[in-house]
Design a protein around this ligand. Structure first.
Ligand SMILES: Nc1nc2c(ncn2[C@@H]2O[C@H](COP(=O)(O)OP(=O)(O)OP(=O)(O)O)[C@@H](O)[C@H]2O)c(=O)[nH]1
Ligand SMILES: [Mg+2]
Length: 326
């Protein structure tokens, strides 16, 4: 590391030093100085594994941050030290006014036991999920016992991010229309705890029965878990205690019945795959080589000098051979 040695930064993180943590997270987020970042994360690794990791996801504006703000009351009441990471995979910028507004947890900005941080995706080897995973390790090492990841949206990258979590909360609201129809198919897979927020709005009861129907199928298929559905009105503090209790109960259950161990193993497997594939791609510098050759490939196929599969197989094998000689 240029101006600060890695061991120095590691001990700052272990002490819970706020500036050290912020610096380490920027390093993880940028992912530019790859070697110092990898060294840093490797030296934190043995200290990790103590924090409970919560994920909260759902379409934009459903009240995720407002819910988190209220959950922070419960967590602080129970003396937890909490880190919140707000991720917007669609935005290349972090910390801007928009995201600042999205945090909605300003009440805790002076509480030293609460660290709220937004993150964006800038060229991390494992994508934004990789950067988030590194940030989790940093907070875990720094003694935050509860780490919450909020991600906006319900696309593939958001799901990748919440997959890091021990427990995933999926927030929905009445009036999502087609969005909810599209979600239903995947709903079984995304969440552990389902939340209908804005229960003060029309249509909450109907959404509740629709989701109960889908969840009952899930409960039949996976009877070892409850798959709770909680109605909340975050702005009026309704349902927050129940949500908090259900979350804790879920975590206790999966700790006791071994599901948590399995989940974390799966998460690690996924992480290894993503990083290994990214490293291979980086090693053969696949993208730039492809870019350099692509025009030629297209021409050969267009002029019917080569058939597509045959040409692609040949060229890829060529690239792999080149890699072996490097
Ligand atoms: N009526 C009603 N409004 C709510 C409720 N919860 C949150 N809101 C409002 O919904 C708006 C969006 O809330 P946020 O907490 O920022 O939602 P979010 O899901 O974090 O939004 P993004 O991070 O932008 O995706 C705010 O104006 C909240 O005051 C609720 O239970 N009922
Ligand atoms: Mg938000």
């Amino acid at each position: 590391m240029s101006e600060q040695s890695s061991p120095e930064l590691v001990s700052q993180i272990l002490e819970g030093n706020i500036r050290g943590i912020a610096k380490a997270i920027s390093l993880a987020e940028n992912g530019l100085a790859t070697q110092p970042k990898e060294e840093l994360i490797d030296s934190l690794y043995s200290h990790c594994g103590n924090a409970a990791i919560w994920g909260i996801t759902g379409p934009s504006g459903v009240g995720k941050s407002t819910l988190l703000d209220k959950m922070l009351d419960c967590l602080r009441r129970d003396n937890h030290k909490v880190a919140v990471i707000v991720v917007d995979p669609s935005s290349p910028f972090s910390g801007g006014a928009l995201l600042g507004d999205r945090l909605r947890m300003q009440r805790y900005s002076t509480d030293e036991q609460v660290f709220i941080r937004s993150m964006a995706s800038r060229g991390h080897l494992g994508g934004i999920a990789g950067a988030t995973s590194d940030a989790v390790k940093i907070f875990d090492t720094a003694g935050y016992d509860t780490i919450i990841i909020e991600t906006i949206g319900i696309g593939q990258s958001e799901i990748e991010i919440v997959k890091l979590a021990d427990v995933v909360m999926l927030v929905l609201v009445p009036g999502l229309g087609d969005e909810i129809q599209a979600l239903k198919a995947g709903i079984m897979e995304i969440g552990d705890i389902f939340i209908i927020n804005k229960s003060d709005l029309d249509g909450a009861d109907r959404l509740h029965s629709e989701l109960e129907y889908v969840l009952n199928l899930k409960r039949e298929n996976k009877p070892d878990l409850e798959h709770p559905l909680v109605m909340t009105c975050a702005t009026n503090n309704k349902g927050i205690d129940e949500l908090y209790d259900r979350t804790n109960r879920y975590l206790t259950t999966i700790t006791q019945n071994g599901i948590l161990t399995r989940k974390r193993r799966n998460h690690l497997e996924h992480e290894i795959r993503v990083i290994a594939l990214a490293k291979i791609r980086e090693k053969i510098d696949f993208n730039s080589r492809l870019e350099a050759q692509l025009d030629g490939w297209i021409n050969e196929i267009l002029l019917k000098k080569a058939s597509p599969y045959k040409l692609i197989n040949q060229k890829i094998n060529g690239l792999i051979k080149e890699m072996k000689h490097r």
